[in-house]
Design a protein around this ligand. Sequence first.
Ligand code: CP
Ligand code: NVA
Length: 306
Amino acid sequence: MDSAGKPLRHFLTLLDLSPDEARALLERATELKRLIRSGKMHESLKNRTLGMIFEKSSTRTRVSFEVGMYQLGGHALFLSPRDTQLGRGEPIEDSARVLSRMVDAVMIRTFEQEKLELFARNCQVPVINGLTDRFHPCQLLADMLTFQEHRGDIRGRTVAWIGDGNNMCHSYLNASRLFDFELRIACPDNFRPDLEILAGAADRCTLLQDATRAVKNADLVVTDVWASMGQEQEQKERVRAFSTFQVDEALMAHAARDALFMHCLPAHRGEEVSAAVINGPHSVVWDEAENRLHAQKALLEFLLSG
Ligand code: CP
Ligand code: NVA
């Protein structure tokens, strides 16, 4: 239970939401986007606070949560391990207990999913996953909102994931269950997604090694960097392993004619995506980035006010 007597909800993976809740959240995000664009302030989280712990770099996640809290009438605090006691070895459990007494919710970007879970177990306020090595669920809320805006309901559509079986790929696997779409993953043999997460979506997911087959008639093509944060030392080896997995115009030509292209950003043009594709007519990456703000405002309202 939280301090207002409501059951405490965390958002550690997409599957913390039911399919109905996830769809309602996208509807609310659309409404909040309309409100802010028409110049109306909607201060549903007046005087509420969000603590944001970042153990990895961020542009979009930090700015969208900070601006989102401000637009809802609240406030966000940026907490870097460089300046907090967490970075000097204060136990995660103690940090969680103390922050619980002061802020209304905590967003964490870190390495291990287990660390996030440990924090959440000891936290009396909602905890949000702002990216771990395993998942990036906030990004998927924005991606699903973006697809819906451009093409309507994603249910029954086909999504192609090209590249690393990483945190974003895992979140696409979870999204395929929650939003009910078919997912084809094309990745090199040694960079497959986690087997357990894959098994959870086995009825709707196909694993391939050939990007062209994965993309065939797809409604949405998605990729991400070949070396994620924390894997910088593997960059050279990964560039070699992924050389046939670039999303370029030749690959996009196999997708549906009106296919969308998404990338969570930051992107490496000339590696996982060509400049022509990311700057081209299929690409909706700027809407996708903006939608982090609207989707997370809906998430914050959902977790903080139900
Ligand atoms: N897509 C995303 O999470 O971007 P940042 O790393 O800039 O937050
Ligand atoms: N897979 C990337 C996503 C960045 C938003 C990473 O973890 O670095």
